[in-house]
Design a protein. Structure first.
Lengths: 151, 96
């Protein structure tokens, strides 16, 4: 039972058949859902997420709190660009406010395409907010750091 | 035989959390700094050191303006409350 950071294998295959569109405005809606381990998910469930994850699941998802609701928060796409020979995309930072949450990781999924999984993010340790803000900051959108890169 | 190697990579995210309210100016300034400046671990030591100092300076400047923005926002809210006849609440907000 663990959360292992990975780009989902199914996502790589789906890229080649044009399932996902990250264009800002006209593209798909991507969401970020938060997950807990050690029975910290809703109804005492634990998340098991990694490269083999194919779609959003409520197992291990944190309970609704503040502005966090099941399925997670909608991400704002940044239209993919090229930096040299590397293609990259980015999202605006996402915040859940007035929320009491303890999460160990997250899943980015495409809510426009049957909630197909994109990537699993491991926070490295439990992150908690108590009646406060829970913010996910994406890395600098360049060829070395962007959240999703294809080189 | 012809083949093309393509690698897909995932970046590292950061998480900032708070209790009993929103993020602090320090947290926001640190987030802004991370977006503005990236210091490569592969950079020559002298360049890395200089970039680190610049990075810290940027964070201080951003924090100053975040503090200022928070104060100005409170002042605006305070005035709106005062204009609406809520002087007690306006005073409470002013003292935050």
């Amino acid at each position: 039972m663990a959360i292992t950071q990975a780009m989902c294998s199914s996502f790589k295959q789906e890229l080649l058949v044009g399932t996902h569109n990250f264009t800002n405005g006209s593209g798909n809606t991507f969401k970020l859902a938060l997950y807990a381990i050690g029975g910290g998910g809703k109804s005492g469930t634990t998340a098991t997420l990694g490269a083999a994850t194919t779609a959003f699941t409520t197992t291990g998802e944190v309970a609704n709190s503040g502005s966090y609701a099941s399925g997670g928060g909608a991400l704002t796409n940044v239209t993919p660009t090229l930096s040299g020979t590397t293609a990259l995309t980015d999202f605006a930072d996402l915040s859940f406010t007035t929320a009491t949450i303890t999460a160990r990781g997250a899943l980015i999924h495409n809510s426009s395409a049957s909630n197909k999984a994109v990537a699993v993010l491991d926070f490295g340790s439990n992150k908690s907010s108590s009646s406060g803000t829970f913010t996910i900051q994406f890395p600098t959108a360049d060829a070395s750091n962007a959240i999703i890169r294809i080189a | 035989m012809f083949s093309v190697n393509v690698g897909a990579s995932l970046g590292d995210i950061s998480v900032a959390t708070s209790d009993e309210g929103g993020l602090s100016s320090d947290q926001l300034a640190e987030m802004a700094r991370r977006k503005i400046i990236y210091v490569s671990q592969d950079a020559p030591p002298a360049v890395r050191e200089q970039a680190q100092v610049f990075s810290e300076r940027v964070e201080q400047v951003v924090k100053h303006y975040v503090d200022l923005a928070r104060g100005e926002e409170r002042a605006t809210i305070c005035q709106i409350l005062r204009n609406a006849g809520h002087k007690d609440i306006a005073e409470y907000v002013r003292r935050l």
